[in-house]
Design a binder for this molecule. Sequence first.
Ligand code: PEP
Ligand code: MG
Length: 902
Amino acid sequence: MATQETVEHKYVYDFAEGNKDLKDLLGGKGANLAEMTNLGLPVPPGFTITTEACQAYLTTGREPDGLAGQIEAHLESLEREMGRRLGDPGDPLLVSVRSGAKFSMPGMMETVLNVGLNDRSVIGLSTQAGQNDRFAWDSYRRLIQMFGKTVCEVPGEEFEHALDEAKHAKGTRNDLDLDADDLRGLVDAYKKIFAKHTGREFPQEPREQLDLAIRAVFDSWNAERAILYRRQERIPADLGTAVNVVSMVFGNLGPDSGTGVAFTRDPGSGAQGIYGDYLANAQGEDVVAGIRNTVPLQELEQLDKRSYDELLGIMARLEEHYKDLCDIEFTIERGKLWMLQTRVGKRTAAAAFVIAGQLVDEGLIDLDEALHRVNGAQLAQLMFPRFQLDHDVPPVAKGIGASPGAASGKVVFTSARAVELAAEGESVILVRRETNPDDLNGMIAAKGILTSRGGKTSHAAVVARGMGKTCVSGADELEVNVPAKKFTVGGHTVGEGDVVSIDGTTGKVYLGEVPVMPSEVVQYFEGSLDPEHIDNPLVRAVHRIMTHADAARRLRVRTNADTGADAARARRFGAEGIGLCRTEHMFLGDRRELVERLILASDAREREDALAALLPLQRADFVEIFREMDGLPVTVRLIDPPLHEFLPPLEQLAVNVAVAQERGEDVAKEEALLSAVRRMHEENPMLGLRGVRLGLVIPGLFAMQVRAIAEAAVAVTRDGGTACPEIMVPLVGAVQELETVRAEAEKIIAEVVGDSGVEVLIGTMIEVPRAALTAGQIAEAAEFFSFGTNDLTQMAWGFSRDDVEGAFFWRYLELGIFGISPFESIDADGVGRLVRIAAEEGRAARPGLKLGVCGEHGGDPDSVHFFHGVGLDYVSCSPFRVPVARLEAGRAAVSTTGSDSR
Ligand code: PEP
Ligand code: MG
């Protein structure tokens, strides 16, 4: 019975059986090959082995029952369709074996081409290709090389070394100068390398080659670089990859053959047009690896007009079908065009906005869908500064602007050095001739990437764009010498540690550091660009999409701001109030002395004097903020951190006192301070005398702040403004704490406000788990809740927010305990559950209870979606994140439809 069930499970799909929506099962590549097949486009026939087969293999360590038989059956039908048998000595069918996960992981996993070639079928291939021995032996040596490296872990350099030797013997640097005899000799050399490293001969049996290649693709899901990439891109670890077995078509059959990669619009800027690279007489991997320099796709028109026109037609059709920018890989075999891949293409942040706007104009998508096509992380990227346009530093080289942005940093030549220096806090630029997947660590660590080879579709370009990292590729004036740790350009020699600057938009490379200027998107948000007269296509698109997000969103967006200047900036960015004004900074600087007096007060009089001196200063602070936020709510939080944080550190004070005593100086004041610091010392200050506890222990402290807030509000209102203060009590865990503070505050407010018309709300932070769990009771004494998700995360997990990220989070991330720090993005299952409980029980007890969040999570895109789902009224975040939160709140509101941008 069990056998029958497993046999019936379908693990293999012909291209004609799938479609683009089956990405989970067939991977992105397989699903899109199927879609193109069904659109009637010229796709070489083949089949896809599902991600389920891969998952089963990865969990059990062996291929699932039934898989071998299904592969056999699909192979037979492929052979029938092609009229050739795999590896047939006379007229062989050859296949490529290609990975293809649900989410694109460029260059991370394996591909083996030319499977089916052996000592006998190489002759048949030559015949097929019109007695082209050179081509046949070149294909065979490529198989041994790829198979050896991918399937059997033979070090790739050994093959490259043998190839270099063959070229050296021939007196050439170009692969194309090697003739059939040279390549036959190279096959022998490769076979010896293979045997030396594997202890066996290169497998001659085509089906064995196929099975081993499929297994190698499965295994490559767990290669170190793939794991790293997934972590970086937040791709789940258990998806597995599909495997595509595709009949081979050849781009290396002569000058009327070739291969290329193209985008239907510019993935850098979003501009309409045809963008791509073409390489005549080459196989696909040559383009992506940036091994030989490609020509712009437009030149194909001269080389092969028929294929070029057909390609343009197909690209237009794909865009209309997918309603998005597509990227494609194609091969031309003797004048016949074949589509090898398509997908919705990766793009820069700027291109994402511009293209979404264009597609609306073209009537392909609506504004809701446009909102899905962009995200907050992209918007944040567009708010980074760029190089000043009018700086007078001349560039030393110009490559391809492969991933925009501006980056300056110290030059490093290896991934390891990039990681080392970045860990020391240095900005580094990773310089390579070309990057390969092993450079991933260094690319993550670097501020920017600079290569001397490769086009817009090289590994460096694709990966950098995916990461949003500045990259200049193909700067071929650079002579990069990695072993000597230097490059030369225009008579300059640049060594490790020298500073260079790269512009990923223009492709320009500068020696030294270049001044930067703010982004146009920021200028637009700041209000210095008139939205009605914008000719910059990016700013126009941002304006249009933001306007739609604002109209769609239900969540309000406030800001965390403690000064008038921050409040003003955030307001220009669209903040609809202040969600958290921390008052502790108001106790710093020259006010420290007053705080010291407060702490050292030996009786009520001294304490009251200190508080009375602080009152007008605080009032002035609040007046400034209320003025900036005229008409909008301002949540002021009463002082939270332990008071000893405002005193000098214990060690420093102890030394000062000892030194002063030694000199015979008067140290009475310092001694008093020292003993206060000793008295107030806590082992766990985060769980100690802070927040509401402080207010309950130090008489008059909260009262002074409440009075300052109320008086400031009255003053602003009397001046014709509208102040809407909300007083927030921190660290409450029990309703009794809040009730006590509230009773005192209400008296003061009533006395100060009188008939001024000012209304002051009193509420609390929910940041102690007990507060979340007793929210029904706490709501009786609170007009609003604001979730302090920083402390709530700290206390729910028991993680010290100041220590753990450096101490052990790397291990937790490695083990997949969480995919991202819970301090960065809300832990929906745990901390999020506390938020949900508190929101529900709070609202049940007090309908209309105002709910917001003011922890760091308020500006994190995923968290904003969560808070939308829980039904909060607003999120509050730092001024610079306000536009991001507005956009994400809009996206969350329309998220029931459309294809979310990752
Ligand atoms: C919080 O805990 O989330 C919060 C906003 O307060 P603070 O970060 O000041 O502790
Ligand atoms: Mg807090």
